[in-house]
Design a protein. Structure first.
Length: 126
């Protein structure tokens, strides 16, 4: 949240209970997990069981934050970091892309998408 407070473009390896829901006119990219492979976004329901990959020496952690998930999404993380670093992702494009990816993740169910001040609404009706 510190990046949000000072207007810094931000990159997020998303997962755990909720996808991002606070937007402040600053470019961002949220790499969303494959929720079938890496369960998350449980909201107020119980968290998925932690996973452990002893071969990686990792301690038990949320499936959406495990080493396998990071390896799976590494190319997207690197590409998104480049877009932000090179200032090639204007805020409206960041919002449009984020909600398009989120809508795909939820298989078109826009009722599962929310944000502070309904900032997402214009990007779902397009």
């Amino acid at each position: 949240m510190a990046a949000l407070a000072v207007g810094t473009p931000w990159l997020c390896l998303a997962g755990n209970r909720w996808p991002e829901y606070f937007y402040n006119e600053v470019p961002f990219y949220s790499v969303l997990p494959d929720i079938e492979r890496f369960p998350c976004y449980t909201g107020l329901d119980p968290d998925p069981a932690p996973v452990r990959a002893d071969s990686d020496g990792e301690c038990p952690r949320s499936p959406s934050m495990c080493a396998e998930r990071i390896r799976t999404d590494l190319a997207e993380l690197v590409a998104a970091a480049g877009l932000l670093r090179e200032r090639k992702l204007p805020y409206p494009n960041a919002m449009a892309g984020h909600f398009a990816r989120l809508l795909g993740l939820y298989r078109g169910d826009s009722s599962r998408i929310w944000s502070i001040d309904a900032a997402h609404k214009p990007y779902l009706s397009a």
